[in-house]
Design a binder for this molecule. Structure first.
Ligand SMILES: [Zn+2]
Length: 435
């Protein structure tokens, strides 16, 4: 061993007394070669039936022929809930074929979010029934999103929930966290495009829509100011972070996350499949790539006009733009769960560097100190990229165990070479329901 030092993953500052290598090994904020990361995070509200749900997922996640033409071949997740009025797609409303589809998509990682237990779930037993069913089918979900004013929502303020109110008939936080939920969304949406970077307001104000866009800008600016004054409701807007630690159910630790709707009309404007092209415009996608942040987009893909052809030509074009930006190495599309896991790995893990005779070893330690959430998983480290010294033999270990399949990357826009843990794309299951 010649020299060693350790860092929080997020920290690129080095100890001046440390070996030269420490100044040279630095974490890249995003997986190589991408400049930004986007998860389209859809609440499934008003999706009419399993056929529409399936066709949307097939278009987004495969390159097969669909009602909207060839699929976009991206990785885009979706959400599920259980007890809903009969006219909406939900787990208990659909048939066995629909339920088998949901189970497969959960196991493949394409359904990654539980969107409350539904409008009609009023008690703990509704939660128990849903969790028993998921567990019985080996379906693991780790992300929760509050829905409308569902009684099982966690947030008692904005989302009128009782899920975290011990003693209430709809209390279920203990059960749901035992099941495995680790990330929760409690209604917070920002108009600021790009998280995990300093907040930027450019692009919100539109001169052709001065009143509405001005109001949106003012609202967002006010949230920032309130956060600076210590307002808890807008604390996440202040830091502009995707994640913050919080607690639920007897103060057990979870992460809360922030979503974004960058439309000039405000956080609830055009948050639907039928208007998605207005949100994911070329201007917005270009700005996200330039800013270099992450984005968990707030939307409802199932709110559409034509069940036979769910997305119109403009929306299809917007997804094709995302596909070409990914192909160009600019924008990485992924599911909400994977973006959250990556963000958590960046903030919670640590790394140390050591020179040995066989080269330079970067060891990542995944133990999250002071957390009851358990360690960051190796899957959450996928895509993690370190700038490294030129002409060094590099090894990466995770808790001392060597990663065999390391990617060695050519210099990116900074001019620096890097190594990264592979980022495998999700594979869409080959089992769809026949429509
Ligand atoms: Zn909803």
């Amino acid at each position: 061993m010649k020299n060693a030092s350790s860092h929080r993953l997020k920290t690129s500052k080095t100890n001046s007394r440390a070996h030269q290598s420490d100044q040279e090994v630095r974490l890249r904020d995003l997986p190589y070669p991408y400049r930004s990361m986007l998860a389209i995070c859809s609440d499934l509200d008003e999706t009419p039936d399993r056929q529409v749900y399936w066709e949307i997922m097939r278009f987004l996640n495969t390159t097969e022929t669909t009602a909207m033409g060839p699929g976009a071949g991206l990785n885009v997740g979706n959400s599920i809930y259980f007890d809903m009025p009969q006219d909406q797609f939900a787990y208990w409303n659909t048939d066995d074929t629909g339920r088998a589809m949901v189970q497969q998509l959960i196991r493949s990682g394409h359904i990654d979010c539980l969107h409350s237990y539904g409008d009609l779930a009023t008690s703990r037993s509704h939660a128990e029934r849903a969790l028993d069913e998921l567990t019985r089918h080996d379906c693991r979900l780790e992300v929760w999103m509050d829905h409308d004013v569902a009684p099982t929502n966690f947030d008692p303020g904005i989302m009128f929930g009782h899920g975290n109110e011990s003693g209430h008939p709809a209390y279920h936080a203990d059960l749901t966290l035992d099941y495995g939920i680790q990330y929760v969304w409690c209604g917070r949406v920002t108009s600021v495009l790009g998280q995990d970077i300093p907040p930027q307001f450019g692009g919100i104000l539109k001169w052709n829509h001065p009143l509405s866009s001005g109001r949106t800008l003012l609202k967002e600016f006010s949230k920032q100011q309130l956060a600076k004054l210590g307002n808890k409701k807008y604390a996440m807007h202040g830091t502009n972070s995707t994640l913050r630690p919080t607690s639920l159910g007897d103060r057990r630790r979870v992460y809360e996350f922030l979503r974004c709707n960058p439309h000039w009309g405000g956080v609830s404007s055009c948050d639907q499949g039928r208007y998605l092209a207005r949100v994911l415009s070329r201007d917005i996608v270009t700005r996200l790539v330039q800013r270099g942040g992450t984005c968990i987009l707030y939307t409802h893909l199932g709110k559409i006009d034509n069940p036979d052809v769910p997305f119109d030509s403009e929306t299809v074009a917007a997804f094709r733009l995302l596909a070409s930006e990914q192909e160009a190495g600019n924008l990485l599309l992924t599911t909400t769960r994977r973006l959250l896991g990556y963000s958590r790995a960046l903030r919670a893990s640590r790394f140390s560097t050591v020179y040995r005779d066989n080269g330079l070893t970067i060891d990542i330690q995944t133990q999250e100190t002071g957390s009851e959430l358990g360690d960051v998983t190796v899957a959450d480290l996928q895509g993690l990229t370190f700038y490294v010294p030129d002409a060094e033999v590099i090894h990466v270990t995770v808790n001392g165990r060597e990663i065999a399949s390391l990617n060695h990357n050519r210099p990116d826009e900074t001019g620096r070479p890097s190594v990264s843990l592979p980022w495998p794309f999700l594979e869409f299951p080959d089992i769809g329901p026949s429509a």
